[in-house]
Design a protein around this ligand. Structure first.
Ligand code: UT7
Length: 327
């Protein structure tokens, strides 16, 4: 009998953390009044039902990859890390104009990252939390050193501008996080899942425009997502009272508030800061969580060392959440 060779495996560091964060939004501000000039809606309806005051729309020649390059570069600058030190780029998104080519490879090249592993990840509005979980586990397994995760969306390409149910919600932007090894754990285990039986509640009609059954997604999000957030805390060995900052996907301010209320009923503190970035950013799908984190760090409402609980949810239906330590 010949000896069979055994495969050698790598072992990475035990812990990871977010080293830096960055984001970008288009310059063009679109108010509710602007929208009410082109469709049957009103500032009052949008504020009351969704919580959005204004959002940003990209110009025609401002692409998803352009926003991803800016957000990714800013996350590297925030971490003080040179592009040459990154070996993997994950780009959660669901609005690339076509599936080929992916966004990640060209974005990495434009940032100056040389021949990284690069792939897009589609878990819609849960994409960033999925990407962060994959990044952390790649590093811990020894497969990657430093991983750049960039959630980027140009949702205005995917929305019928005359569809008042969707055109008032969705917007454009990108947010990124650089992930690397850490002595102390800075990213908790990801808790994720899906409900493929509800696939028809959000989809693209004829590969063109997003359609969603708003009310049923709303009910699902307000009942099923807080328990996922609590499971993410448990997975990290934390209690609801440990959470300093809660960042749910910015789909609708009423959903955000419902999730916060459920967490407080389970012991989260009254002074827990709750992200309300949707007010000025709209719903930017996979970009919404890292963009909110970046804005909250800049505003001082999320501080270095804070326990931040993030939870994403959306088409698939898909969901994912984890606790992190704010960089
Ligand atoms: O990010 C991915 C995950 N997505 C979500 O989590 C979205 C979850 N769903 C929602 O956030 C909400 O369902 C929407 C914001 C999409 C819609 O709000 P809603 O309170 O559920 O409104 P609705 O669809 O039940 O419509 C209520 C009424 C209807 O009129 P009638 O039939 O009662 O006369 C709609 O035609 O509001 C009307 N309506 C509007 N009125 C003014 C719908 N859109 C608008 C609008 N302006 N933009």
């Amino acid at each position: 009998m010949t000896d069979r060779p055994t495969l050698r495996l790598k072992q990475g560091p035990t812990a990871t953390r977010v080293l830096g964060v960055g984001s970008t939004q288009p310059d063009r501000v679109v108010t509710n009044d602007d929208l009410s000039e082109i469709m049957d809606t009103s500032d009052q309806w949008i504020r009351d039902r969704v919580g959005i005051i204004e959002r940003r729309f990209a110009e025609k020649d401002e692409l998803l990859v352009d926003m991803a390059v800016t957000a990714g570069s800013r996350a590297l600058a925030d971490a003080g890390v040179d592009p040459s030190e990154v070996d993997t780029v994950i780009l959660p998104n669901c609005t690339m104009p076509s599936p080929i080519p992916n966004a990640a490879a060209q974005v990495a090249d434009r940032i100056g990252i040389s021949s990284p592993g690069a792939f897009d990840l589609n878990a819609a509005c849960a994409g960033f939390c999925y990407g962060l979980g994959v990044a952390s586990d790649l590093i811990r397994a020894g497969s990657s050193g430093q991983v750049l995760v960039i959630g980027a969306e140009k949702l205005t390409d995917a929305v019928d501008p005359t569809d008042r149910a969707n055109a008032i919600i969705f917007a454009d932007g990108a947010g990124a996080a650089l992930v690397g090894a850490s002595e102390e754990p800075g990213i908790g285990p990801v808790v994720w899942g899906s409900a493929g039986d509800l696939v028809d509640s959000i989809y693209m009609r004829e590969h063109k425009y997003i359609y969603q059954e708003g009310q049923s997604v709303f009910r699902w999000a307000t009942t099923r997502i807080a328990p996922i957030a609590i499971r993410a805390l448990e997975a990290a060995g934390l209690e609801p009272s440990d959470v300093d900052v809660l960042i749910p996907h910015q789909a609708n301010l009423r959903i955000v508030e419902a999730i916060a209320k459920k967490l407080r009923a389970k012991g989260a503190r009254e002074d827990m800061v709750v992200a309300d970035d949707i007010k000025y950013s709209g719903n930017t799908s996979s970009a919404s969580i890292p963009m909110a984190l970046d804005h909250m760090r800049a505003a001082g409402t999320a501080k270095k060392g804070d326990v931040v609980l993030m939870v994403g949810f959306g088409a698939g239906l898909s969901y994912a959440g984890q606790a992190i330590i704010c960089p």
